[in-house]
Design a protein around this ligand. Structure first.
Ligand code: SF4
Ligand code: SF4
Length: 164
């Protein structure tokens, strides 16, 4: 039987199915800057203060919108207007008519596959409370898909071990 994300539209999914699409990468919880003249998005590696930098999950998901008022709630309708989700994001991919990638936890059955593939922000962020000006932390990787995810994963693991 084909999996639900290939047979249902985003709007047809149950709440549990919708939530399971999030791969836990944490990229959407990074600050972004928008050029007012060109509308272009620039990524930073500065993370929302509620992002757990190790698990890459929100540390207070239930209360997140009360604690961080500009945290955006994703809905099928909102995806029509949101242009800042990373290219790896399952919601963006399905909204664009693409499939889930091989490293997605729904395919692997393993929540850690997003970290091993070098997709998550683990070990690569700075807390917004300590970062200073966002312009000092511009970086391109959150807006890209690693060309060879497994190679990127090896690189991330080595970096984390070296800095911990
Ligand atoms: S970018 Fe998409 S898949 Fe990644 S944490 Fe955010 S909502 Fe989930
Ligand atoms: S409040 Fe939570 S979900 Fe929202 S941006 Fe911050 S860490 Fe991410």
């Amino acid at each position: 039987m084909d999996p639900f994300w290939q047979t249902k539209s985003l709007a047809e999914m149950s709440r549990a199915e919708w939530e399971s699409l999030c791969d836990g990468c944490g990229r959407c919880c990074l600050h972004k800057l928008r050029d007012e003249a060109t509308n272009e998005i620039s990524w930073t590696n500065v993370a929302c203060r509620l992002l757990d930098s190790e698990s890459c999950r929100c540390s207070d998901y239930v209360n997140r919108r009360r604690r961080v008022p500009d945290c955006i709630k994703l809905t099928p309708q909102a995806l029509d207007d949101i242009d800042w989700l990373p290219p790896t994001c399952a919601y963006r991919r399905l909204h664009n008519g693409d499939d889930l990638p091989a490293w997605h936890p729904l395919r692997t059955g393993d929540p850690d596959s997003v970290h091993r593939a070098g997709i998550s922000v683990r070990g690569r962020t700075i807390d917004e409370r300590h970062a200073g000006p966002l312009e000092h932390h511009l970086t391109a990787w959150p807006g890209r898909v690693p060309r060879t995810p497994q190679a990127a994963a090896r690189k991330v693991v080595v970096t984390r071990r070296g800095s911990s």
